[in-house]
Design a protein around this ligand. Structure first.
Ligand SMILES: O=C1O[C@H](COP(=O)(O)O)[C@@H](O)[C@H](O)[C@H]1O
Length: 237
């Protein structure tokens, strides 16, 4: 299957023969970007996605040797569940990345103690605002429905999440087609990054990406960008 491009921009594709190769290369790439940022401004930061795709890459990244005490991590999006819940992206990050050499990195999660995600917006915004930004890198995943971050096609407030002139760094949303209310970075927060990496695997997601622009999937908001640079890292399942 060929690599889809958009009419306006051609995100750079990095295709690998296996997920294992992709995971090793992406972990090394992120570690290099963090080292460079720490050397340049004394701090590095990553906004990372949850879900199944990035878990092995997180474990590879956790073994990279770098000054992890100077690294701040946050999530691209979070499900509104306790941090010990099986569906918690924070739990996923703690279990897979905040281990080994990376155990000393600082994590600013998006889940607050508020019962409702909408009530946690102020605190979550303040947490993200306190991080070293622009992010060194943002790593996005993508669902089979073309959602990235927690920008779901059916969400009533999708417009707010994708408002490039909006001032909120995060916002609550109801995905409609997936469980749990969410807290998600907004488009302007994602764009305030040294680079954006879309990390996907499998032919199905490659095909979805190819349809994204034509069908107006939320990930099109990223694929159409030229600044910061966007690259797509892909391997077969
Ligand atoms: O719900 C979510 O799904 C996407 C994609 O996850 P995957 O399991 O298909 O890799 C993920 O990027 C996002 O962070 C997560 O909250």
């Amino acid at each position: 299957m060929s690599e889809p491009t958009t009419s306006d921009s051609k995100p750079c594709w990095r295709s690998f023969d296996s997920s294992a190769e992709l995971d090793a290369a992406l972990a090394a790439h992120l570690a290099g970007a963090l080292r460079a940022d720490i050397a340049r401004r004394g701090a590095g930061s990553l906004a990372l996605s949850g879900g199944n795709t990035p878990q092995a890459m997180f474990r590879a990244l956790s073994r990279e040797q770098l000054p992890w005490t100077e690294v701040a991590l946050t999530l691209v999006d979070e499900r509104w569940v306790d941090s010990g819940h099986a569906d918690s992206n924070e739990r996923l990050l703690r279990d897979n990345l905040l281990q080994n050499a990376a155990a000393t990195a600082r994590l600013a999660g998006l889940k607050t103690p508020h019962p409702r995600a909408t009530e946690g917006e102020g605190e979550a915004n303040a947490r993200v605002a306190a991080l070293p930004r622009p992010f060194t890198a943002v790593v996005l995943g993508m669902g089979g429905d073309g959602h990235t971050a927690s920008w779901f096609p059916q969400a009533a407030n999708l417009h707010r999440l994708l408002d490039s002139r909006g001032t909120d760094l995060v916002a609550a949303t109801e995905p409609v087609t997936a469980p749990h209310a969410r807290m998600t970075l907004t488009l302007p927060a994602v764009l305030a990054s040294g680079e954006i990496i879309v990390h996907i695997t499998g032919d199905e997601k490659k095909a979805v990406l190819g349809e994204a622009i034509a069908r107006g999937y939320p990930i099109a908001a990223i694929l159409q960008q030229t600044q910061p640079p966007v690259s797509i890292w892909w391997a077969p399942q």
